[in-house]
Write a protein that binds this ligand. Structure first.
Ligand code: AMP
Length: 291
């Protein structure tokens, strides 16, 4: 099988934490492609797109150099590689922080306590920049994996590593003291591809789909019954798309109200709705949302 030069190309992680959710998001925006372990690329059956499965460390450079037009990769890697790429969208998965952590038994409480100390990390560039901003002079030791073990081997006094739940840190008797960077998976693009009108059009079509997927995941569809006289108050509470759908019910003076509610204000909205007399509140996930 050969790559088709006319096709758009997107790089995603082959193996690791972002691999499965990256394939998943491409499937959920309607792209039909096959994936087998060991496969390095896959053409899409229903879109002029080839998907390349790569090491995530390499993705920013591949996108920067135009080997692929698009890529899905963590912000942490984009920052670390300092690649010249355009950051298009946050994709809402792969959330983690790059944090400085110290042995639980140590007396270090802030980054300033690490003056003159050794910090092991697989993100030396991001850490160095952070230390410079904080005006802390510490020795950055570059390690490519298992950074958590370095304090117990006396290779370092602290580490700077990716954390999501913090359980790996706890297992290694470490505790986070400082967030260096908040990261999640991003859709990135090659700047020259964005200037090519044909490629740009294809990328825009994909982006509409990505954004529809992201928006849908961040929004819930809420249906409820309410007395008609509470309608104005309910409309004020609902931060919906435009105006809610209102349907009269068989019961005199009652209406059904449907609206989309963003995840981040969801519980606040529901609590306020129940106080207006709204009842039988049903909440369903939204699969796609194209505005
Ligand atoms: P990996 O599978 O370890 O190569 O990680 C791939 C990417 O997943 C990282 O570069 C981060 O962007 C993201 N990620 C999210 N949570 C974590 C975590 N707890 N540890 C490592 N990477 C994480």
């Amino acid at each position: 099988m050969k790559l088709n030069d006319e096709n758009l190309k997107i790089a995603i992680q082959r193996q690791g934490r972002l691999a499965e959710p990256s394939r998943q998001i491409l499937k959920s925006i309607g792209l039909d492609f096959e994936y087998h372990q060991g496969r390095l690329f896959s053409p899409c059956q229903n879109f002029p797109l080839d998907i390349l499965f790569l090491r995530d460390d390499d993705i920013p450079e591949y996108v920067q150099d135009g080997v692929t037009d698009l890529g899905i990769v963590g912000l942490n890697i984009v920052q670390e590689k300092a690649a010249e790429v355009v950051r298009l969208d946050c994709l809402g998965f792969g959330s983690c922080t790059l944090s400085i952590a110290v042995p639980q038994k140590s007396s270090f409480r802030t980054v300033y306590d690490l003056e003159g100390r050794r910090i092991a990390t697989s993100h030396p560039r991001v850490l160095q920049r952070f230390l410079e901003e904080k005006k802390v002079s510490a020795r950055v030791i570059e390690i490519s994996g298992s950074v958590e073990i370095t304090p117990s081997l006396d290779i370092s006094d602290a580490i700077c590593d990716l954390v999501s739940t913090g359980s790996t840190l706890r297992i290694n008797d470490l505790e986070p003291i400082e967030v260096v960077l908040k990261s999640e998976a991003l859709l990135i693009a090659n700047p020259r591809s964005l200037k090519d009108s044909r490629r740009r059009q294809l990328m825009e079509r994909l982006r509409v789909r990505f954004q529809g997927n992201i928006r849908a995941r961040r929004t819930k569809y809420v249906m409820m019954n309410a007395p008609r006289e509470a309608l104005e108050e309910i409309k004020e509470i609902l931060p919906g798309m435009k105006s809610p759908t209102v349907v009269p019910l068989a019961e005199e003076g009652m209406v059904a109200i449907h609206s989309a509610v963003p995840e981040e204000v969801f519980w606040d909205v529901i609590e306020r709705l129940t106080k207006t007399g709204a009842s039988d509140i049903l909440v369903v996930p939204i699969e796609k949302m194209v505005m």
